[in-house]
Design a protein around this ligand. Structure first.
Ligand SMILES: [Zn+2]
Ligand SMILES: [Zn+2]
Length: 99
């Protein structure tokens, strides 16, 4: 089954869509995720990076050499993480249009 999901940050400056079958959805309680999203856990949905299309101005920051965290510089929403070694992008479940 293939489908498309859409989402974006609080102010709408960053938008994304992802298509195809997600690899999985997960909840991470690690300290890096807690800090990055400012919450007890980070619920997110993983896709191969080439299935995720980002639009709008965003910033990224490495939380480790392998992991980039993407966020909106205007409203601060954590939008995605990009695991470079496996080339997976996960979008935050809270930023989905229809969570
Ligand atoms: Zn924003
Ligand atoms: Zn984590």
């Amino acid at each position: 089954m293939t489908s498309e999901i859409t989402g974006g940050c609080l102010c709408g400056g960053v938008r994304y869509r992802a298509s195809g079958t997600p690899l999985n959805s997960r909840i991470c309680h690690c300290r890096q995720c807690q800090k990055a999203v400012g919450a007890a856990f980070n619920a997110r949905i993983l896709f191969p990076a080439d299935q995720v299309h980002l639009e709008g101005r965003h910033k990224t920051r490495h939380s480790s050499s392998d992991l980039l965290r993407g966020f909106c510089p205007d409203c601060g929403t954590s939008v995605f993480t990009h695991r470079l070694s496996s080339d997976w992008i996960s979008v935050t479940a809270g930023s989905l249009d229809r969570p």
